[in-house]
Design a protein around this ligand. Sequence first.
Ligand code: CP
Length: 309
Amino acid sequence: MQHIANLKALSAEDITGILDLGSAIKANPKAYENALHRKSLAMLFQKTSTRTRLSFEVAMTQLGGHGVFIDWQTSNFVLSSIRNESGYVSRNADCIMARLMHHSDLLEIIEGSRVPVINGCCEKFHPCQALTDVLTMREHAGGDVQGKTLCYVGVQNNVSNSLTLICSKLGINLVLATPEVNDNGESRDADVDEIIRTSATVSHTTDPHEGVAAADFVYTDTWIDMQYFNNPKYKDQKEATLARMMPYQLNEAMIGDRDVRIMHDMPIHEGYEISSGLVHDPRSVIFDQAENRLHAQKGLLIWLLGESS
Ligand code: CP
């Protein structure tokens, strides 16, 4: 049984197969409307979400199945062990998708579950986002992204970790243009660090202008994890981060008239990691990217749960 904890266990062929399936479903959704007939996805959330919740639930509906939202705080996951509760969930649902604070909780769910478990974003990885991102890049690069260059500008975090994993597997050049000090220590992963240190296609620079100069795609993400952004307890930390990160803002001055596609995984903090103008710039593919959560995840769900899997 395959779990999607991160993308480490998937081969380039696996990833390409999921994305090809996502593209085929997007092109001809009717042909797949019963692909997951009567299958159920338990969708477990410790944290807020717009895209992950909506896209997984709609994906299950459009594939003939059903998504069940479970709010961690109002469930008995707060009272009992994760292993026991997820063991029960997997007796009813065909798959579990979980958005969690800590990757260690995902590993406990996997331990308890007898059905596939998908990471819907934790502090270390966001695999579904990375699949979506490459699907979007393929669409805007005429189908083939091998040898294309993606520059990720901002802080190293769960999103950049998953981009590092997927780009290194698929031969996409990735430039991480981020400060030297990893702002978000909780996202550190030894395998990702090793790829950045040794891979021929993944590199790091502290100079965002240098990174953007060679890019076909530029990408940014929030500088502050969503649960801290509006929390007054983290006001000082937030202000210090914003001051340090402003030179990394994706804006008109940084991008100039370059022929690049602009990406962001959303939610967007306009005026912080990206200027308002670039969000709606003709070169922005941000809303195509967000829509593709639906299509990429349909590919993933059928790859995990469909008849032939
Ligand atoms: N990009 C993303 O995961 O969006 P949500 O937090 O809204 O799910």
